[in-house]
Design a protein. Sequence first.
Length: 256
Amino acid sequence: MREKILILLIICVFTACSNKRKINLDQSEFVYIEPGVYTIGSPVGEYGRWPKGEEDIRKVKTSGFLISKTEITEEQYYSVVNSDYTSDNCSNLPVVNVSWLEAIQYCNLRSRNEGLSEVYKIPFKDDITLKDISIIENANGYRLPNIDEWEIACRAKTRTPYYTGKKISKTQANYNSKERLPVASFPPNEFGLYDMSGNVDEWCFRNEFFALYKGGSWKSSEMTYLRSSSVGFTDEYEKNDYTGFRIIKNDMSSLN
């Protein structure tokens, strides 16, 4: 059921779960992705490649950015949105049952709480859609990665289907399992990022028509869903028990 995003728009809190502890994502909780030209995409013959949605191998140029080492946890999420969560059930599990729109709102609330400028312009109205969301240029707050940034971070300069090589195993990622696991339960990729494949799918910024997600999840029955170039799409209201997100922050020095 579609929820009224307007309710979240008026929530601005500076508390953390029920114990009122504020969580700050300092730089040690980020990985810095250097500016440069990166190769992403997949060859047409790659096993498991979707006939629609995935792009061919290409080079993209990006400014430097900071991306969280792990998926946003339940504790990190509910500390900001001030849900009826207690310190006893705040956890290190990746947050799920959060729609794309709610992830966008989290980014703005988190930015506001930490004295940063909000990245997303969200209109004050009911029945907001993804087309209503626009980006405020040069804002220094938190946001979702776009799919190119996400893939750059996931690949960590690899060109194989997975950042682990030609294959990925259950000793390297959480997929085709019974439940999500605490973040950082498996070794990171070469950039030091955890769970870029598996555990939970991760929201990325939208395209013109859909909310996008990448990474595969604990519920993915096939490891091909965990490929670095794989991408899924749905509507902005979708929420389930296998999709979460991580956040990104511009390197503002690269914009000067």
